[in-house]
Design a protein around this ligand. Structure first.
Ligand SMILES: [Ca+2]
Length: 188
């Protein structure tokens, strides 16, 4: 669409600032559901050694593992981390990193452990307050509709005590509303 390389564009925009993001978009990840438990334990150990166990933080190890592993594998790493060291990987990320880097890692983690919850939250954020972040609203509804929309709707209802359809209905109008609601399906 824009006749330029997305990765190159990101490099020039964010040079040196968001290594994690660059690693994430440039790696082709396996996105299936199979996990390798032994490898998950190995990665959990590497993350522990790179973070909580040492003074300071070896950020490269966090970047490598968070950007190369599939979502399912990262969820397994997080579970292994908890089993092996008692604390959660999320807590380790919070105490070992900060700023945009921390936010990036936490987003990847949350998305790997419960994508539906992550998207329900993002949709809520797009609609809350005055006005609507239509770009985000459209992007999420269009891209998730055939993947996990029923789970996102369930998470939304559980967390915000309102159906996602009702929320979209009150934040949009006209053909745009009809279009989004038709993608969402039944109001449940
Ligand atoms: Ca540390």
């Amino acid at each position: 669409m824009y006749s330029e390389d997305l990765l190159k564009r990101l490099v020039s925009e964010l040079r040196g600032k968001l290594e994690l993001l660059l690693a994430y978009v440039s790696t082709s990840r396996y996105e299936g559901l199979e996990v390798d438990r032994e490898m998950a334990m190995k990665d959990a150990k590497a993350l522990y050694k790179a973070g909580e166990k040492r003074l300071g933080t070896d950020e490269k190890t966090f970047i490598r593992i968070f950007s190369e592993r599939s979502r399912a594998q990262l969820a397994a790493i997080s579970a292994a981390y908890h089993d092996m060291y008692g604390g959660s990987l999320k807590k380790a990320v919070k105490s070992e990193t900060s700023g945009k880097f921390e936010r990036g890692l936490l987003t990847i983690l949350q998305c790997s452990e419960n994508p539906a919850k992550y998207f329900a939250k993002a949709l809520h954020k797009a609609m809350k307050g005055l006005g609507t972040d239509d770009t985000t609203l459209i992007r999420i509804i269009v891209t998730r509709t055939e993947i996990d929309m029923q789970y996102i709707k369930a998470e939304y209802l559980r967390k915000y005590k309102k159906t996602l359809n009702d929320a979209v209905h009150s934040d949009t109008s006209g053909h745009y509303r009809t279009f989004l609601l038709s993608l969402l399906g039944p109001n449940n």
